[in-house]
Design a protein around this ligand. Structure first.
Ligand code: SF4
Ligand code: SF4
Length: 100
């Protein structure tokens, strides 16, 4: 099993990244089906990286979207624990029901 818990993102110098970035599903079972809720990241995200550090599944990374860095959640691995929403300093994450 290959785990890279902390990675450097070349686009965000010094920004720690979560553990699933370079793993694929065969060596790190995805936990995304465990939950009926998911995080929704709003425009309030300031790309501080707090949620990246706290997500126990390494399911969040910071990416540039339309010229602005923001948190992106990989729902294949998000188990809906809500830690990201709890730790976000600007309340940019809201937990919502998954689409059926
Ligand atoms: S809800 Fe939990 S598992 Fe999902 S992205 Fe947030 S911290 Fe990670
Ligand atoms: S903790 Fe909040 S503000 Fe910081 S990167 Fe995550 S969603 Fe964005």
């Amino acid at each position: 099993m290959q785990l890279k818990w902390l990675m450097k993102n070349e686009n965000n110098k010094g920004q720690e990244q979560g553990g699933v970035i370079e793993n694929d599903e065969k060596n790190y079972p995805p936990t995304g089906e465990w939950s009926e809720i998911k995080p929704e990241v709003s425009e309030k995200c300031i790309a501080c990286g707090q949620c990246v550090k706290f997500c126990p599944e390494g399911a969040i990374r910071i990416e540039e979207v339309n010229g602005k860095n923001r948190a992106i959640v990989d729902l294949r691995y998000c188990k809906g624990c809500e830690l990201c929403a709890e730790t976000c300093p600007v309340q940019a994450i809201k937990m919502v029901k998954k689409d059926d």
